[in-house]
Design a protein around this ligand. Structure first.
Ligand code: HGY
Ligand code: MN
Ligand code: MN
Length: 419
């Protein structure tokens, strides 16, 4: 399996070259390089004997059917879904998302070799990060039938509406509803993904089975002051939107840092995006738009902290004579992975000769959306250096090989039950 692991890593590196920005990997929802990824994966899927299509939200979907599916037991006719996302953050690594799709195709190769008796659908989700339109999980929302139509009117940084981006890719937004899968046809969903954190490396472990995915809230805030001349406006007469935002950002960071060190371990808050207008060195900033990404495994604590930090924004804005507006871009509850499917995956990990480590995920994943409709679980691979959302993101050959060995055990165990 080591040669297949090497092949999988090489494939991730090849796909990383399909980018909006030469020299670094950036691939947002339905941008031109996604076509190259689709073309590459379509060839791979067709070579595996899969029927391939692209649904109306841009998910690339391949279905592998074993011989004689019509004679199967009820369970055996249900499909196992594998996959992950192919969109990336700006200046991304080569493995976040894509590795899960490439490994899924390697599992299909193994399924062919062991005459696995169940259909397998591999989905390359079109949008998980939420970079282009600020809302993540568009692909898995469509597959699970919870896509919100009004998002089609959302505009990206270039003012392109989501529905127009979908049409420009050659898809019909009116058909997004057809992307949904009937839960009665699904056995379960397994997503393979890099851990994107330091735990497995710190414990010298290769793999972990994910038992829960931490809830997250994504807010958009706008501080509205008064743009004015930088040279003629005295300090006491200013309504500086950026100074207000800056005070709030440092207040968020210190309050959450203290809480995480105290009675809210695991609480994290990040202001990752900021845009100011008019963004000129000799003009006092009039408007500042920024993001807040807030995560905690307690849904209650997360919502309490969201309210607290928004109240802090209003306090600072009031003191500085500026206004502040906020919008909830997304709120996903902490999601338990399916106990039975997670136990089955842990047993395959153990069977393959690895400790059945269980780990909650601090990163969001399509599995948290899929889990609302059918059993879902995840397999984590060690992240060397604990780094992700960065070009230094890496994965080790032996860990990719381990995930393939687990795949063989997982499918052999399942096959023995459903045959
Ligand atoms: O941001 C996240 O949690 C994931 O990487 N999309
Ligand atoms: Mn990511
Ligand atoms: Mn990811």
């Amino acid at each position: 399996m080591r040669d297949r692991a090497q092949r999988a890593i090489a494939e991730c590196k090849l796909i990383a070259g399909f980018t909006e920005e030469p020299g670094r990997t950036t691939r947002r929802f339905l941008t031109p390089p996604v076509r190259d990824v689709h073309a590459h994966l379509r060839d791979r899927m067709e070579a595996l004997g899969m029927t391939v299509g692209v649904d109306a939200i841009g998910n690339l979907r391949g279905l592998w059917q074993p011989e004689g599916t019509d004679r199967m037991s009820e369970t055996a006719r249900k499909r196992l879904i594998l996959g992950s996302h192919i969109d990336t953050v700006p200046n991304a690594g080569a493995y976040d998302g894509v590795l899960g799709v490439v490994l899924a195709l390697e599992w299909v190769q193994i399924a062919r070799e062991i005459a696995f008796p169940m259909p397998i659908e591999v989905i390359a989700f079109s949008e998980e990060e939420g970079v282009r339109y600020g809302v993540p999980f568009l692909g898995s929302r469509a597959v699970t039938g919870i896509f919100v139509e009004k998002m089609l009117a959302d505009e990206d940084a270039e003012g392109i509406r989501m529905e127009d981006a979908i049409r420009a890719f050659g898809l019909d937004p009116a058909k997004i509803g057809e992307a949904a899968i009937d839960p009665a046809e699904v056995y379960g969903f397994v997503e393979m993904h890099i851990e994107q954190g330091p735990v497995l490396e710190a414990e010298n472990l290769q793999l972990a089975v994910v038992d829960a995915i931490v809830g997250q809230t994504r807010l958009g805030l706008r501080f509205i002051g008064q743009a004015n001349h930088a040279g003629t406006t005295p300090m006491h007469l200013r309504r500086d939107a950026l100074a207000a935002a800056a005070e709030w950002i440092t207040s968020v960071e210190s309050a959450v840092r203290d809480a995480a060190a105290g009675d809210e371990p695991g609480l994290v808050a990040t202001v990752g995006k900021i845009e100011l207008k008019p963004n000129a060195g000799n003009v006092i900033p009039g408007t500042v738009d920024l993001s807040l990404d807030l995560r905690h495994d307690s849904n209650y604590a997360r919502s309490q902290w969201a309210n607290h930090l928004l109240a802090d924004a209003r306090r600072i804005a009031h003191q500085r004579g500026v206004e502040v507006e906020s919008v909830v871009k997304m709120s996903e509850r902490t999601t338990e992975m399916d106990r039975h499917l997670t136990a089955r995956l842990a047993s395959a990990v153990e069977d393959a000769g690895f400790p059945p480590k269980r780990l909650p995920s601090g990163a969001g994943h399509d599995a948290m959306v899929m889990a609302a409709r059918w059993p879902a679980t995840m397999l984590f691979l060690r992240s060397p250096g604990g780094i992700s959302h960065h070009p230094d993101e890496a994965v080790r050959e032996e860990d990719v090989e381990a995930a393939l060995l687990v795949g063989r055990k997982f499918m052999e165990q399942l096959a023995a039950e459903v045959r």
